[in-house]
Design a protein. Structure first.
Length: 190
């Protein structure tokens, strides 16, 4: 069925680019490398990351997770970066879902326990959002988090993501269904 609107971002726009290293707000976002496996495994062993991301990860899974990001970039469905602070992996940020035709991406992030309290996540979120608007030319970047995840609500607020509402029973966690807060920024929000 033909669409009556042109895609917000033309297909192939992202795949035509090399995934960049993004330096902003005192953090460096760089594509994942195979040597990052131990940091990923250690992060997913953290109870807080397990609670909110609903998974653990062994060495083979971390290898596959890292190896999967370049394909998602080429397919224009996702993009993941290691977040470095002072040269060390402090966390991750990803455009976990991208819909170029709609000019939309959904963000996910976590911060390793030793790096918490330094506003790593809001700085990384602001950096990837800025790149998404200026380079990729997206219209909207959004994030969802459990209403019980107060830290993620603060991250969204610090990064200028407006609260838009609550998705009732929006995600299943290990302890059951959680209501989810929806936050977003538009390119025009600057």
């Amino acid at each position: 069925m033909p669409s009556l609107v042109t895609p917000a971002v033309p297909p192939g726009s992202m795949a035509a680019l090399s995934q960049p290293e993004i330096r902003a707000n005192g953090v460096v976002l760089r594509p994942w490398q195979s040597s990052d496996r131990p940091a990923v495994v250690a992060a997913y062993a953290d109870p807080a990351i397990q609670r909110w991301h609903c998974r653990s990860m062994g060495d083979d899974e971390a290898r596959d997770w890292i190896a999967g990001w370049p394909g998602r970039w080429r397919d224009e469905t996702g993009a993941g970066w290691a977040v470095l602070d002072a040269g060390e992996i402090a966390g991750q940020i990803s455009l976990r879902r991208i819909v170029l035709a709609e000019g939309l991406a959904e963000v996910s992030y976590w911060v390793r326990p030793g790096a918490r309290g330094r506003r790593i996540a809001p700085r990384a979120l602001s950096a990837v959002t800025g790149w998404s608007f200026t380079t990729l030319r997206l219209h909207r970047v959004e994030l969802c988090h459990s209403t019980a995840n107060v830290a993620s609500c603060r991250v969204a607020h610090y990064a200028g993501f407006a609260a838009e509402g609550t998705k009732r029973g929006g995600a299943r966690h290990a302890d059951g269904w959680h209501d989810m807060h929806l936050h977003a920024r538009l390119r025009s929000d600057r």
